[in-house]
Design a protein around this ligand. Structure first.
Ligand SMILES: [Fe+2]
Length: 254
């Protein structure tokens, strides 16, 4: 199987057209003609991952976060911003990124979170195209705020949780919005729709905005919110292809 054939199979699960416009998904390093030996799925392209690929004869990485965000002015080995890309390129290891295509696709990261938190009457927000979106809104079985935090810790296997001040004033939680990764750009879309918004990477400014808007905000570990969906993607892809595939689960920050 070559990279072109692999991408065909990936797109049966994660159509790249479901990514936000301008998101760098698809084949970012390599050529479609390369024959795939072994595949590893990872969250980020790192030098540690490169060592792993070299030791296990892996010549294809499916990476969640795109390793190249903007146009590059140079690809130097002696620059920390481009060293990783340069090295994967020099070792001819192909790199395919999924990012928001996986978040928004049916059964992807957002749906996986909705399933884990048993959301009911689900609607979408943060649309990436006419039908796909990176966020999910829904009803949950009524819960008190303290218990909801414990549930998040258990479901996402994380201890890194911050809340805004207003969260402590909530009496009960009935409705939540979930967005894997960094979702605060979409806070205003859910502000009048839910009791609590759960996402990663929340800034001080957004905590203050949520306080005055009287919505609970829960910041979770960025990576912890993405692991369940990536895990599911690996299982789905493994059913479609015969090449050996493994998931390099990150040592994440909480
Ligand atoms: Fe992310």
């Amino acid at each position: 199987m070559d990279i072109k054939e692999l991408i065909k199979n990936i797109e049966k699960i994660v159509p790249f057209e479901n990514a936000f416009e301008g998101d760098n998904v698809g084949l970012v390093i390599g050529t479609e003609k390369e024959e795939v030996q072994n595949i590893i799925v990872a969250h980020d392209l790192t030098l540690e991952l490169l060592e792993h690929c070299l030791s296990k004869e892996i010549n294809c990485v499916i990476v969640y976060h795109p390793p190249i965000h903007n146009s590059l002015d140079f690809v130097r080995f002696d620059n920390p911003y481009t060293e990783v890309v340069a090295k994967f390129l020099s070792y001819k290891i192909s790199v395919i990124s999924l990012h928001t295509a996986l978040d928004a696709s049916s059964g992807g990261n957002a749906d996986t979170l909705a399933e884990l938190f048993k959301l009911d009457e689900i609607t979408k927000f943060a649309y990436t195209n006419e039908t796909s979106a990176a966020g999910r809104i829904g009803k949950i079985k009524q819960i008190v705020p303290a218990n909801f935090l414990t549930e998040i810790e258990n479901v996402l296997n994380t201890k890194v949780i911050r809340t805004n001040k207003f969260y402590a004033e909530l009496d009960k939680i009935n409705t939540v919005a979930l967005l894997p990764g960094s979702g605060t750009d979409y806070l205003e879309e859910v502000i009048t729709k839910v009791d609590v918004f759960v996402t990663g990477d929340i800034s001080h400014h957004h905590f203050l905005l949520a306080d005055v808007s009287k919505i609970g905000l829960v910041q979770i570990s960025h990576i912890a919110s993405e692991i369940p969906g990536v895990d599911k993607f690996c299982s789905e892809l493994a059913k479609l292809i015969k090449v050996n595939l493994s998931y390099h689960k990150p040592i994440f920050y909480g």
